[in-house]
Design a protein around this ligand. Structure first.
Ligand SMILES: CC(C)(COP(=O)(O)OP(=O)(O)OC[C@H]1O[C@@H](n2cnc3c(N)ncnc32)[C@H](O)[C@@H]1OP(=O)(O)O)[C@@H](O)C(=O)NCCC(=O)NCCS
Length: 325
């Protein structure tokens, strides 16, 4: 059904190590490394917004795909940190890339955005109305983090990844998928002020912290550890595969301990998992496509491989699929 023609990624130049963070908040390299597996992350420069990261990743994906911006028929950007509340990020990416006046829209499912965007692109291409799609996952969480909150600011980094997919009847495409959301726990990951409920024009009714990203880490951790290993196991079964048939697994890089838990559940060695959390932290929507691109460019993921990708995060939401590359 689809072929992945190319991938690309972009990480801002500035590196922030755990030691750098220890100078800002009460934390240590030891705590962050042990609890998350993160050693460093990238931070966008003052003149870089999410669309800029997305464009750089997209240019690389287009180059690998051997396509020009004008060849692209549809753009979907997964992000929860678009340049503005309005307009969406995708039309800005479209114009900056120099594409035609093609449809371009965002999907915001927080850290699950790229998975939702990928599945949406796949579904749209399956209708037959479009032949190809540029799918991007891009976020600039450094702009929404509370740099006084050690519970959250040590976890995230900025970055973008992209993939170009094309309709191809000779390929199987998606072999299985599981998507879900549980809105009753929506407040576990949030920015309380700035939306339509609390627009934030009146500073006397909110606290400084409420303008920034908040996460109840322990509860989110419990949710992921309960749900994600099970999703991984069901994806394999749904595809009529055994876990050994899956060549590579790319999980949202949220916490190395979650990756270990999925490896245990599937009884697979950790070297089947693409891991870059140590270098990039949690890049939210960028997480899966950046890891995919690094694995393609290093020669790990090859044509014909079965690749399982699972995203999860705010909403709460989760979404995974196995795709034949
Ligand atoms: C965030 C996370 C790494 C925290 O790890 P944890 O083991 O749950 O840690 P806790 O939140 O229970 O905190 C334990 C202690 O460390 C402290 N702590 C929190 N952040 C700290 C930091 N950066 N440095 C040092 N200590 C810290 C806490 O204050 C707490 O101290 P206390 O016991 O005195 O109250 C973990 O919960 C996690 O990965 N959550 C899931 C994130 C996720 O999957 N997100 C996906 C969607 S974005």
């Amino acid at each position: 059904m689809i072929k992945i023609l190319g991938t690309g990624s972009y990480l801002p130049e500035k590196i922030m190590t755990n030691h750098d963070l220890a100078k800002i908040v009460d934390t240590s390299d030891e705590w962050i490394s042990k609890r998350t597996g993160i050693k460093e992350r990238r931070i966008a420069s003052d003149n870089e917004a999410t669309s800029d990261l997305a464009v750089k990743a997209s240019e690389k994906a287009l180059e690998m795909a051997g396509l020009k911006p004008q060849d692209i028929e549809l753009i979907i950007v997964g992000t929860s940190t678009a340049d503005y509340s309005i307009p969406a990020c995708a039309p800005i990416v479209q114009a900056k890339l120099g594409c035609g006046k093609i449809p371009a829209f965002d999907i915001n499912s927080v850290c699950t955005s790229f998975s939702y965007a990928f599945m949406s692109a796949y579904s749209i291409l399956s209708t037959g109305f479009y032949n190809n799609c540029l799918i991007v996952g891009a976020d600039t969480y450094s702009r929404i983090l509370n740099w006084k909150d050690r519970n959250t600011c040590v976890i995230f980094g900025d970055g973008a990844g992209a993939a170009v997919i094309k309709k191809d009847p000779s390929k199987k495409g998606i072999l299985s998928y599981i998507f879900g959301a549980d809105g009753k726990d929506a407040d576990l990951i949030r920015i309380p002020v700035g939306g339509s409920k609390y627009p934030g024009q009146d500073p006397s009714i909110y606290k400084y912290d409420d303008l920034y990203f908040q996460m109840e880490g322990k509860k989110v951790y419990e949710f992921t550890i309960n749900v994600i290993p099970d999703v991984a196991e069901r994806l394999v079964k749904q595809a009529n595969l055994t876990s050994n048939d899956v060549d590579w697994i790319v999980l949202h890089q949220a916490n190395y301990r979650i990756i270990e838990a999925v490896a245990k559940k599937l009884e697979l060695p950790l070297d089947k998992f693409i891991v870059n959390i140590d270098k990039v932290g949690n890049t939210s929507s960028g997480s899966i496509p950046i890891a995919l691109d690094e694995a393609v460019r290093s020669g790990k993921i090859k044509e014909g491989n079965k690749v399982m990708a699972i995203g999860f995060g705010g909403g709460l939401s989760w979404g995974g699929f196995i795709v034949e590359w």
